[in-house]
Design a protein around this ligand. Structure first.
Ligand code: APR
Length: 232
């Protein structure tokens, strides 16, 4: 008997209880930094040291934080379901919690890539990327992050995965940023959709969505227990 497939779309709220700042909550990253100063290719080319430092600080923080109960609950889901996590997050907390299938839409903090050949991607030793760090072709290495205005190469795959979901979970995202926020449109009609978020998320356009007004750390374990209980 094949397992039912659960697809989970996560955002910054998934990692909030691990101590990683969200972007648009009060106190979030975009209150402290202007997106155009730290999250665009033009910004990186204009002020490489400052942008590298922005990501170096966030990468360093990764060594100081742990997955939370929400991450661990999603890993537990794999006991009885075929689970695929599509995350907008660039941290590695889903992987560290034990999830085996994680697709990063917006890149990964722990990776860097060639600035002339996007297929040359490397795990960064340590947490610092500096001007002068070069790829095997001799070009400057850049953060392996999808910056605003850049293509999101994993979207077609994420859309295809979303269309195969038997159950769809949306956790910790304000659904502000496209194309990620549009993935829910690929979910086949009638598929149960649950949205976990303590805040107000514009979700009226999602037919039949069940809103769970809780944090990821509290709401996810409860929902996972329910789903494991009723699994085939
Ligand atoms: N548990 C669950 N959700 C939470 C929690 C929590 N403890 N705390 C906050 N949230 C919710 C907020 O209510 C909000 O809906 O998480 C969401 C965070 O929204 P954003 O800060 O906009 O983060 P996200 O949706 O992931 O942003 C998408 O925007 O800046 C770009 O590339 C960046 O991937 C990011 C994308």
């Amino acid at each position: 008997m094949s397992k039912d497939k659960i697809v989970v779309l996560t955002g910054a709220g998934m990692s909030a209880e691990s101590g990683i700042s969200t972007f648009r909550d009060s106190g979030g990253l975009w209150e402290k930094y202007d997106i155009m100063d730290v999250a665009t290719l033009e910004a990186w080319e204009r002020n490489m040291d400052m942008v590298n430092e922005f990501y170096n600080q966030r990468r360093k923080q990764l060594h100081e934080v742990e997955p939370n109960e929400g991450h661990y609950a999603l890993a537990r889901l794999e006991e009885k379901y075929d689970v695929c996590i599509i995350t907008q997050n660039v941290d590695d907390l889903h992987e560290r919690a034990g999830s085996s299938r994680v697709l990063h839409l917006h890149g990964e903090l722990k990776k860097v890539r060639s600035s002339v050949d996007e297929n040359l991607v490397y795990e960064l030793d340590g947490w610092e990327l500096k001007k002068g760090d070069t790829c095997e072709k001799g070009s400057q290495l850049r953060p392996h992050i999808v910056w605003f205005g850049e293509p999101v190469p994993m979207i077609p795959k994420a859309a295809e995965i979303s269309s195969t979901a038997d159950i769809y979970l949306i956790i910790g995202t304000s659904l502000n940023v496209y194309p990620a926020a549009g993935l829910v449109n690929y979910v086949s009609p009638g598929t149960p959709i649950y949205l976990i978020d303590p805040g107000e998320v514009p979700a009226t356009h999602i037919p039949g969505v069940k809103i769970i007004k809780e944090t990821a750390g509290k709401g996810t374990p409860k929902l996972v227990d329910e789903l494991l209980e009723k699994a085939k």
